[in-house]
Design a protein around this ligand. Structure first.
Ligand code: TYD
Length: 159
């Protein structure tokens, strides 16, 4: 997974990032119980409200049967917080604060990426059979979305 931060070269974009929502993005490691003993085998991961996720979970949704070439997401959220987990298979998550883009490769079901509000996100390169699980801080609310990138850029003061 690429969690590298852009190098500080002193330009305007880099100065922006310290106050950027990108600075809050982080990997959240979840408990993993390995049970190789017969008759079980395999791993078990659990998520407890108030314990592993930095917000109260009000909604869960998942993306599945996504064709390999598809791009999901392509929007921003005003207030919604999310944790995104590759429950099965793999995909790429691109997060963009209007100035910088960071790319994450998710391919394990025992960690998630915390995504704070005010980031444009795209999901792509879904492997066959992959499942993207999303834990969300709010119920579905269309008015919380930026559906147009130009609107998002305006909201973050870039356009
Ligand atoms: P959208 O958020 O655009 O999906 P993605 O970002 O994964 O491409 O949602 C796709 C459609 O599903 C849209 O019509 C809204 C609807 N939807 C709900 O009704 N409830 C939900 O919780 C979500 C996430 C989407």
């Amino acid at each position: 997974m690429d969690i590298a931060r852009p190098l500080d070269s002193g330009n305007a974009a880099d100065q922006q990032i310290s106050g950027s929502p990108l600075a809050q993005v982080r990997r959240i490691d979840l408990p993993r119980i390995a049970d190789p003993s017969a008759p079980h085998g395999g791993n078990l991961t659990f998520i407890e409200g108030g314990e592993h996720i930095p917000f109260d979970i009000r909604r869960i949704y998942y993306l599945y049967d996504v064709p390999g070439g598809a791009v999901r997401g392509g929007h921003g959220h005003k207030a919604l917080q999310q944790v995104i987990i590759a429950l099965s298979g793999s995909f790429s998550l691109i997060l963009d604060d209007g100035y910088e883009r960071q790319r994450f490769y998710l391919n394990r079901s025992y960690y998630g990426i915390y995504v704070p509000p005010m980031l444009w996100r795209e999901l792509e390169n879904f492997s066959s059979g992959s499942v993207c699980l999303v834990l969300a801080s709010e119920r579905y609310d269309e008015s919380d979305y930026y559906r147009q990138y130009a609107d998002f850029l305006r909201a973050v003061g870039r356009a």
